[in-house]
Design a binder for this molecule. Structure first.
Ligand SMILES: Nc1ncnc2c1ncn2[C@@H]1O[C@H](COP(=O)(O)OP(=O)(O)OP(=O)(O)O)[C@@H](O)[C@H]1O
Ligand SMILES: [Mg+2]
Length: 325
């Protein structure tokens, strides 16, 4: 039974301005700003939390079903995801809006001017999960990742109504959502994912203690960047898993999504909580060692070698049988 991943699908367009923004602003003319920066570098990355998670699961051979909304400019990105094992047949294509886009220019002093266009993502709330389940047979798990807020609420409610197991991954949306919305996204989740900061904010906004959160979810996975991962379940000793040590400069964006992909793949394969978390940790390290959130690969032998070094030969043997050749 496949896993469905709902969440944002977006592209990042990142430019570098060799000067300093501050030198371009004219005092007294801030009411009529008209500036154009001649940039010397443009990189484009495929991103969006839903697509990032689906990419990682695709690499692991899970053939996840991506659920989200895009625009008519999505064809190349679509082909990329399909090539990496993602089922994109349930992606909603907008007739009128472009795919969500983050455009950011960074100057020589690391100042940034950025815009985010949510575009087609605003149509994700129109998507119903039942036809997705009907198309693929049934759904093993629905990941409700950061997305248009209406979509996140709708997907979560539909999961509860139809009895689909779901993973709550509100991520950065916790920052602006109110306590009531966060409570509605979380309660009844099979898995809750947060980073440490989001974990604290979630408790603050919902008014729940960690134990009260654990009473409402099956498993709570909290990522702690280089300090690894904390996995909690009500009535059990917390489990801590190390971050697989990085060997290249770290660009942390995308680590969280990759960790989720590995963890969910591991659990779908029937691995223990510890082994699945280790898999997530290993996938996350591959992701943070490259720039871009879908630029990493999981070449079988080097990946298994590194996994064995971090977690032992027996643990590596256990995942080897599940990894694509
Ligand atoms: N410096 C690092 N070294 C090794 N692994 C890292 C490092 N930073 C992140 N990771 C891996 O990525 C996982 C997720 O990182 P983090 O806790 O920073 O999530 P996040 O803040 O949600 O990240 P994202 O930018 O993807 O949203 C960590 O659990 C770890 O496995
Ligand atoms: Mg995150």
């Amino acid at each position: 039974m496949p896993v469905a991943v709902t969440g944002s699908i977006a592209t990042d367009h990142l430019m570098t301005f060799p000067g300093r923004f501050a030198e371009q602003f004219v005092e007294g003319q801030m009411e009529n700003v008209s500036l154009s920066f001649l940039v010397d570098d443009l990189v484009q990355h495929r991103g969006g939390a839903g697509a990032n998670m689906a990419y990682g699961m695709g690499l692991l051979g899970l053939n996840p079903v991506l659920v989200g909304a895009v625009g008519s400019d999505f064809a190349d990105y679509d082909a990329w995801l399909v090539r990496h094992g993602v089922d994109t047949a349930s992606v909603h294509w907008s007739d009128v809006r472009h795919t969500a886009r983050f455009v950011c220019t960074t100057d020589a002093a690391n100042n940034q001017i950025a815009s985010f266009y949510s575009g087609a993502m605003s149509e994700a709330g129109q998507i119903e999960l039942a036809p997705v389940a009907a198309r693929v047979g049934s759904l093993d798990l629905v990941v409700v990742g950061p997305d248009d807020p209406t979509a996140m609420v709708r997907h979560t409610e539909e999961c509860r109504e139809r009895g689909y197991r779901f993973a709550a991954d509100p991520s950065q949306q916790i920052a602006w959502a109110d306590g009531e919305m966060i409570r509605s996204l979380v309660h009844g989740a099979e898995i809750l994912f947060t980073n440490e900061y989001e974990a604290a904010l979630l408790c603050q906004k919902t008014g729940w203690t960690p134990d009260e959160v654990l009473a409402r979810v099956g498993t709570w996975v909290t990522t702690r960047a280089a300090d690894g991962v904390l996995v909690r379940q009500a009535g059990h000793q917390p489990l801590e898993v190390i971050a697989v040590p990085e060997t290249k400069p770290v660009e942390p964006t995308g680590g969280g999504d990759a960790l989720r992909a590995g963890f969910i793949a591991g659990r779908t394969w029937g691995l223990s909580l510890e082994r699945a978390t280790q898999l997530g940790s290993a996938v996350a390290t591959e992701a943070v060692e490259v720039v871009g959130t879908q630029e990493y690969r999981l070449d079988r032998e080097p990946f298994l070698g590194r996994f064995a070094e971090a977690f032992g030969a027996d643990a590596a043997a256990e995942i080897a049988g599940h990894l694509a050749a």
